[in-house]
Design a protein around this ligand. Structure first.
Ligand code: 6PG
Length: 255
């Protein structure tokens, strides 16, 4: 299929952020339950940033309220990480730990943190070894996550695949150390080969500040610049976008 072709995708627009988080939590629950029922376990890559915080808190609240998910079968990875220790306020691991992982019964041995307190290249190489150890890949085929959660930056980035950065061109490595000059930092991120091998790639996007990027990703202008998030096109999987009305505001009605 031509690189710029748009694959089938599911787009759900919810009225507001609470409705978005409710729908996303239900979808996450469905995917986890189905994967564990079918394969005995479920590999999930969590998104970072601020948007998923509400989703993680809701999943934890559901658990506390007795809404049972097979957390014991979940293996939890991360889509990307900032180059900070796990105790740092900017740490995606810390955010996910405090809002979800410390509150649901995912076995600690099944939580695979990116060791971003180390230099980016060393952290990326170590994480690739973790993926290889866990997924026991056939040849060079990238690992197939059951669920990859993703956010969207106002510049069209997802995970830590930012416009104009070298990791966008990575076709061999599964985890890249990515210099991000626009943030004057480096990040560690899963690469497109892994994102596009997912069984379900689920974007959760909220707020008016994302509306322009959502429209440019989902309804790109002919010949327009292709934003990184537009390149998430699972080969044999589902591409799902959950948006609140503010984030969907610039989409043509029939998108
Ligand atoms: C990160 C994320 C990143 C995030 C977007 C959106 O580490 O920051 O993985 O890709 O999803 O930047 O961030 P917000 O949800 O904070 O708007």
């Amino acid at each position: 299929m031509e690189e710029s072709a748009i694959r089938p995708r599911e787009i759900q627009v919810l009225a507001d952020a609470p409705a978005l988080m409710r729908a996303a939590a239900d979808e996450v629950g469905r995917v986890i339950t189905e994967a564990v029922a079918e394969r005995g376990w479920c590999a999930v890559a969590l998104a970072g940033g601020s948007t998923p915080r509400g989703l993680y808190q809701l999943l934890a609240a559901d658990h506390a309220a007795g809404r049972v998910l097979p957390w014991a079968g979940v293996h939890c990875f991360f889509g990307d990480e900032r180059l900070v220790p796990p105790t740092h306020p900017e740490s995606n691991f810390r955010m996910a730990w405090e809002t979800l992982l410390a509150r649901v019964p995912v076995p600690r041995a099944q939580i695979y943190r990116i060791m971003a307190e180390r230099p980016a290249r060393a952290a990326a190489a170590a994480y690739e070894r973790d993926l290889r150890r866990h997924f026991l890949p056939q040849g060079d085929a990238p690992p197939r996550f059951d669920l990859i959660l993703l956010g969207l930056g106002a510049d069209g980035h997802t995970a830590s695949l930012f416009p104009g950065t070298p990791a966008l061109r990575e076709e061999r490595l599964w985890v890249a150390a990515n210099p991000v000059p626009q943030l004057q930092t480096e990040r560690v991120t899963l690469t497109f080969p892994v994102l596009n091998a997912a069984r379900t790639a689920l974007f959760v996007v909220s707020g008016a500040d994302k509306a322009e990027a959502v429209a440019r990703v989902l309804e790109p202008a002919p010949g327009g610049e292709r934003l990184p998030a537009a390149r998430v096109q699972p080969e044999q999987g589902r591409l799902v976008w959950f948006l609140d009305a503010a984030a969907a505001a610039k989409l043509p009605r029939a998108a």
